[in-house]
Design a protein around this ligand. Structure first.
Ligand code: OGA
Ligand code: MN
Length: 216
């Protein structure tokens, strides 16, 4: 990172070049994937925290939005969630990074992203999430989606890949197939990029979040 910074340029100087590159790809492609965004010690602290919440029975079975156009008969999702509340140092470190991303995204895409909500997700063995868009929830519109992963040493044979497509009409081969490896971050335009999680063959731990616009 450059040490040079002009007065009034502090946000620019604080933002790591890797976050800027990620946002640049989001602007070009509608989605972006990068490794090493969440430092290993932070991913492991978040993983440990999530395991504690699971052991204490704090997660709730995840539902699917009432107005989800991709909902089919039967189960679309098998996972459990818990909202982050910035109650730990690890959560605050992650939220500081997502705030940095919010500012970069707003500067590059003029989206007026206003706030961020995110949850831990625990997929059991056999857990999955069918193809969907991250659309409306309650009164506030989800505009950009964030996903990061908490499991080190995830391999091809562990299943649980995230697959995404370029647009709601795109039913061809996925544009990207992403193994849920710790430190990896995925950004997507919430209303444009359909995605799914294939069945996991071992417990799978993630954090998903959404930047929203005000009053939509
Ligand atoms: C979601 C989601 C992706 C993942 O929670 O909406 O798409 O890889 N998660 O867990
Ligand atoms: Mn999703």
């Amino acid at each position: 990172m450059s040490a040079a910074s002009a007065p009034g340029d502090t946000e620019e100087a604080e933002a790591g070049p890797s976050l800027q590159a990620l946002v640049e790809r989001l602007a070009d492609e509608g989605f972006a994937i990068a490794d090493g965004i969440v430092p290993a010690d932070l991913a492991s602290a978040l993983s440990e925290e999530l395991r504690g919440h699971i052991a204490a029975g704090r997660l709730a079975v995840a539902g699917v939005g009432r107005d989800d156009a991709f909902r089919r008969d039967g189960e679309i999702r098998r996972a459990a969630i818990l909202w982050l509340d910035a109650g730990t140092e690890a959560e605050r470190r992650l939220l500081a990074m997502t705030e940095e991303l919010r500012l970069l995204i707003n500067r590059r895409l003029f989206l007026g992203l206003f706030d961020f909500e995110c949850n831990f997700i625990a997929y059991p063995v056999g857990g999955f999430y069918g193809r969907h868009l991250d659309r409306l929830q309650g009164a506030k519109n989800r505009v950009v989606s964030f996903v990061t992963y908490l499991d080190a040493d995830w391999g091809e044979g562990d299943g649980g890949a995230l697959r995404l497509w370029r647009s709601p009409d795109d039913h061809a081969e996925p544009a990207a197939t992403v193994l849920p490896k710790a430190g990896r971050v995925v950004l997507m335009l919430s209303e444009e990029i359909p995605h799914e999680v294939l069945p996991a063959h071992r417990p799978r731990h993630a954090i998903a979040g959404w930047w929203r616009i005000n009053g939509a």
